[in-house]
Ligand binder design. Structure first.
Ligand code: UTP
Length: 231
């Protein structure tokens, strides 16, 4: 395997790691990543999901401070990442979960499929994924989430919401500023993630978490929402 393949950073929504169905859910992702790794190097970030939220809620009720709660979320996302490493297989996946950007660089230099969880307290996995995409000089950053892409409003609450095929970082930042997104949609891309995408001009797409759609995004098809840098 060559070490010079283009790198594609893929954030996998924490919702895929629901423990009740995790084996059936992540196996097709692992197969797709194995297949795609012959043409590019996947760098994956696993989200924390409901399990993280449940641990965080319990620790908050027990009086833990916010940065400690973030660390719990990070630990759970790392456990999710570990399961994905096993699903991919140790012949192609880097065997340990990087804990900071330097470790991400070291892992990526091997040319293997790298799977990370969260890195630092105070960030979402979306912001962390953008930072990782910046660090590894990704050709593409795919945010695979539980909706089809970025909508004009939260599609789960507003039936008139329209999917945006293309939206600029500037428009998204001003939408976030005007709080036109409520919680669910806001999380698709937060301000930190957008600022990183903007400063390093990272080609970015928000798509539905589905192995086939992610594959289409890797092949350059116009799926989900394309985020363009600038106006
Ligand atoms: P997320 O809420 O970002 O994961 O991380 P998720 O479940 O993938 O989110 P969605 O549903 O796809 O949007 C879980 C928690 O872990 C902490 C935060 O507390 C976050 O809420 N975290 C994660 C960090 O503090 N730093 C990180 O780099 C990542």
């Amino acid at each position: 395997m060559s070490n010079a393949r283009d790198r594609v950073v893929i954030k996998l929504s924490g919702s895929l790691f629901d423990l009740d169905s995790i084996v059936d859910t992540i196996t097709p992702y692992a197969s797709m990543l194995r297949e795609m790794s012959s043409i590019m190097q996947p760098i994956i970030i696993a989200g924390g999901g409901d399990e993280a939220r449940r641990y965080i809620d319990a620790a908050r009720a027990l009086g833990a401070d916010e940065s400690s709660l973030d660390e719990i979320g990070i630990e759970i996302s790392r456990l999710n990442a570990t399961l994905l490493v096993y699903a991919i297989g140790l012949d192609l996946a880097y065997p340990s979960i990087p804990r900071n950007l330097e470790e991400v660089s070291i892992a990526s230099a091997t040319g293997r499929i790298v799977v990370a969880g969260g890195l630092h307290p105070g960030q979402s996995t979306n912001a962390t994924s953008a930072l990782i995409a910046e660090r590894v000089n990704a050709k593409l950053f795919i945010n695979a989430t539980d909706v089809e892409g970025i909508y004009t409003a939260d599609p789960r609450m507003h039936r008139e919401a329209r999917l945006l095929k293309r939206v600029s970082t500037k428009e998204l930042l001003s939408m976030l500023g005007r709080e036109r997104f409520d919680a669910g949609t806001y999380e698709l891309m937060d301000i930190v993630a957008l600022k990183i995408i903007e400063r390093s001009k990272i080609p970015t797409r928000v798509v539905k978490a589905d192995p086939k759609i992610i594959k289409d995004a890797i092949h350059g098809y116009d799926v989900g929402t394309e985020i363009v840098v600038g106006e």
